[in-house]
Design a protein around this ligand. Structure first.
Ligand SMILES: CC(C)(COP(=O)(O)OP(=O)(O)OC[C@H]1O[C@@H](n2cnc3c(N)ncnc32)[C@H](O)[C@@H]1OP(=O)(O)O)[C@@H](O)C(=O)NCCC(=O)NCCS
Length: 164
């Protein structure tokens, strides 16, 4: 229970197919080139980690992550506009990092548009490094846009622990 009675409670919960219409509405509000509802349904059916971010009972964002052999790939991360700039994306990212670690991933990858400095800064401040570029990866209003590929190692902490 919160020590501050007026503070809303943040939590994470799985996304199911029944949640997709609302998630799709948030997606279209926040991206110029939004995922279709079908992509979200496919991610859920494929068993990807699909998490909703709840502030009390309101859905304020979501994250989608694919886990491979020993790698995780963040495919979508969004906090709805009214709740941005309050640290929620950072918390969502840390939640996904923890889930990736729990699945024994050693590395987490993601792609981000260079034209999205808020997202690039979020990832940099959360320990992701730029490791490459995927040419013409995204649709854009001026043809195609490259993607920055960013990665964060999860094994560093583990080797630190093992050294002690
Ligand atoms: C990018 C996005 C996820 C950030 O969400 P958010 O909840 O506002 O981010 P946070 O409040 O957790 O901010 C964490 C860090 O992100 C960066 N950031 C967030 N908003 C920013 C802004 N308006 N300007 C510059 N940096 C910003 C900062 O580094 C910030 O750290 P700080 O608060 O110490 O300055 C959100 O704007 C969003 O969902 N946008 C639409 C979808 C999208 O672009 N997703 C990313 C696709 S790769």
């Amino acid at each position: 229970m919160s020590s501050n009675p007026i503070q809303a409670e943040l939590s994470f919960a799985p996304m199911h197919v029944r949640h997709v219409p609302l998630i799709g509405t948030i997606e279209r509000r926040n991206y110029d080139f939004a995922w279709s509802d079908g992509i979200f349904r496919d991610c859920i059916k494929a068993g990807y980690i699909c998490q909703r971010v709840l502030l009390d009972d309101d859905v304020i964002g979501y994250g989608i992550m694919q886990i491979g052999a020993d790698e995780a790939h963040i495919l979508n991360l969004c906090i709805d506009q009214p709740w941005q700039r309050q640290g929620f994306a950072r918390l969502l990212l840390e939640h996904l990092v923890q889930q990736a670690g729990a699945h024994r991933a050693q590395m987490i990858f993601l792609e981000v548009r260079p034209s999205n400095p808020r997202a690039v800064e979020l990832y940099q401040r959360s320990g992701f490094n730029e490791i490459g570029l995927r040419k013409a990866y995204y649709d854009s209003h001026q043809g195609r846009e490259d993607a920055l590929v960013m990665a964060r190692s999860l094994s560093t902490n583990m080797s630190d622990v093992m050294r002690h």
